[in-house]
Ligand binder design. Sequence first.
Ligand code: HEC
Length: 446
Amino acid sequence: MNYPFWDVPLIGAGWVIGIISIFHIMISHFAVGGGLLIPILERRALALKSPEWMGALRRNMLFFLIVTGVLGTVSGVGIWFSIGLAQPAGTSALIHIFVFFWAIEWIFFLIELTSAAVYYYSWGRVSDRLHVALGWVYCVSSFFTLFVINGVLSFMMTPGEAWLKAGTMQEFSGAVLDGFFNPTYWPSLLIRFLACLSLAAVFVLMSSSRIRGEMEPALKSGILRYLLRWFVPALLLLPVGLFWLLYMLPEPQLNLLRLPELGLLPISMTVIFASVLTAVAAFLLVWPRPLKFTPARAWILMALAAVVVSSAEYSREMLRKPFVIAGYMYSNGVRVADVERFNAQGFLTKSLWVDEENDFAAGKAMFRGQCMICHTWSGYRSMNRLLKGRTRESLQSVLDMLHEYKPEYHFTQYMPPLVGTLAERRALAVWLENKARLKVEEEEEH
Ligand code: HEC
């Protein structure tokens, strides 16, 4: 353990990342999908020779620019802040492994933001052809931000044999493209791209729901029905992408779906049901009576889309348990390659701020460093609940099993090994026992 621990009560640091990420994903995918929809809609408006379409598009564009350029960018930085605090070792590994990919990402990001602003402010000032071309510049650059980040995110789930086999730093660099275009790269890209189209459509449905049906009936029904052409097929194809991804997963990760502890099966099924339901709901709410499509109805679709996004992201996080980078680094930042060394030399020897002689401090630091990335004391995956009623022996046997980490032990499927010397593991046991007992006594007093 080399980094101090960020202690977030009740929800745990992981959920801070989760909440920011879900917000960011809704917006960033909207940005990428919007990149495709905008030039297509502009071309359609030109083809229809309809100033109303063009006017509606232009009004939407300001909203788009503010949402993606401000909320999207700020929440993206928020992800970096929160992962740096909650997962310092994992974040550092990803920065080192993909250093040039991050550089590429930021260049595309810069082009994306600049071209969005130029596109908006050059409206009516340059020729139609040039303006549509600017829209395509935005489209391509924003797609490539997705193309790059998708490599890093899918790498965390399935780095692939070739990358994992590389042993030295030099070999890692040689295998970086294998890691980037890893086994789940293409299915993830498909899923994300479909999510982009759906989210862009739902945002535009939302803003088009405000067009006054009695004033501009043709415009309203024209735009809304046109959007369905993107929205419905994208959502119906999403489960196909999901099954493709599951098909590419290695056996142990697929087995995670069967563990009742993680609740992964119902949640990943939610992705499928919610996306089909959203497609059907969108069709029924828009097609028969587009003029009656109010913002309240659009919010229903937005809420359903949020369910799809959050259950998909939760599943993605869970499908790499007990790792942050599957097969390479456990969720608590311990690298697989360091387990032996930690057991021999101690886990806390690198934590200069911990007084190793003080058993209580050592036990607490062991818990924070190795367990708290997944458990909180009395909130999410509460230790209070999990330790309740356990005897000293049964607690000791769980810790021993976590340390021995034999593949046949059920725990090894979702928890990392407990590493450290005998003295450190004893300190953890004593600390857990005291804390659990103290808590029980506290509760009895009330
Ligand atoms: C990668 C995430 C992760 C880490 C790290 C982790 N756990 Fe767990 N642990 C889980 C999950 C998931 C469960 C199942 C939770 C449930 O049943 O609600 C669990 C369950 C438990 C249980 C109950 C087991 C039972 O009898 O069913 C104990 C005890 C436990 N963890 C202790 C620890 C300790 C001690 C550490 C640190 C050395 C630790 N965990 C680290 C994810 C983790």
